[in-house]
Design a protein around this ligand. Structure first.
Ligand code: CA2
Length: 145
């Protein structure tokens, strides 16, 4: 089972600022955790981060026929990008949405998630553990379907 873990804009800055919202661990630590969780769960994982909406759309399109599942934290594009929503719908790969912070308790502009509309599960406000939970949810779904 192969999973693609996608992260959107500014998530490469994890650990550098706003630790009260996003935690103290940096993006490199997240990559190590995902590799470790993948090994524990028997999942192959690839990670990709981009600050550019079109790059994320390209990555989703490129996942077709290659990956069995997608974990996606689209960053701020969550709240704006119909292009990412359309790409997730087009490839129809089971996808899970992750947000490190609890967006439900933040600004009104963070209350809509377009990408989330194409996801079967959502882990919000669990910090980096949300990526772990998303991987478990995908494994369970892929084994069942
Ligand atoms: O909580 C999340 O995971 C978010 O997707 C993070 C996005 C934000 O726009 C979403 O509303 C919720 C922002 C990521 C920015 O990451 C930073 C990391 C370090 C310092 C500043 C920002």
């Amino acid at each position: 089972m192969k999973l693609l873990v996608l992260n959107g804009p500014n998530l490469n800055l994890l650990g550098l600022r706003e630790p009260a919202i996003y935690g103290k661990q940096d993006y490199a630590a997240l990559l190590r955790m995902i590799a470790d969780w993948g090994a524990e769960l028997g999942l192959e994982t690839d990670c990709y981060q981009s600050n550019h909406e079109g790059d994320l759309v390209d990555a989703i399109q490129g996942a077709y026929g290659v990956y069995d599942g997608i974990v996606i934290n689209p960053g701020a594009y969550t709240h704006t990008s119909i292009a990412i929503l359309d790409a997730l719908k087009a490839v129809a790969i089971p996808a899970v949405e992750v947000h490190i912070s609890d967006v439900t308790r933040r600004e009104p502009f963070r209350q809509v998630s377009y990408a989330g509309m194409a996801c079967f599960a959502h882990f919000i406000g669990l910090g980096l553990e949300g990526y772990h939970q998303a991987m478990i949810a995908l494994k369970e779904k892929l084994e069942k379907d």
